[in-house]
Design a protein around this ligand. Structure first.
Ligand SMILES: N[C@@H](CCC(=O)N[C@@H](CS)C(=O)NCC(=O)O)C(=O)O
Length: 80
């Protein structure tokens, strides 16, 4: 199961959520604080504090463009 670290009003996160919905993907959403100083969970998983961060198995992606490329490369066919 993929895990997305995000907060709702982040426009980059919104782009990723939209793409995941379009691709009919099921994933776990971890809502993180907007306050950058309270993002230890994100730093622990990705080594940096920005979101979105997507974890897909052994793959950890911390830039929305990388995430969108990854989703398109691996999951496009599922949406039919
Ligand atoms: N991945 C983007 C950055 C994404 C980004 O800026 N996300 C915002 C949330 S919309 C963020 O986490 N900013 C850091 C902060 O809020 O302190 C990049 O590398 O340019």
């Amino acid at each position: 199961m993929m895990t997305l670290y995000q907060f709702e009003s982040c426009p980059y996160c919104q782009m990723v959520r939209q793409r995941m919905s379009d691709l009919l993907l099921t994933y776990v959403c971890i809502n993180i604080p907007r306050d950058r100083s309270k993002r230890q969970q994100v730093i622990d998983v990705s080594g940096q504090p920005t979101v979105p961060v997507l974890v897909d198995g052994d793959i950890v992606l911390s830039d929305e463009e990388d995430i969108l490329r990854h989703l398109d490369a691996h999951y496009v066919s599922k949406a039919g």
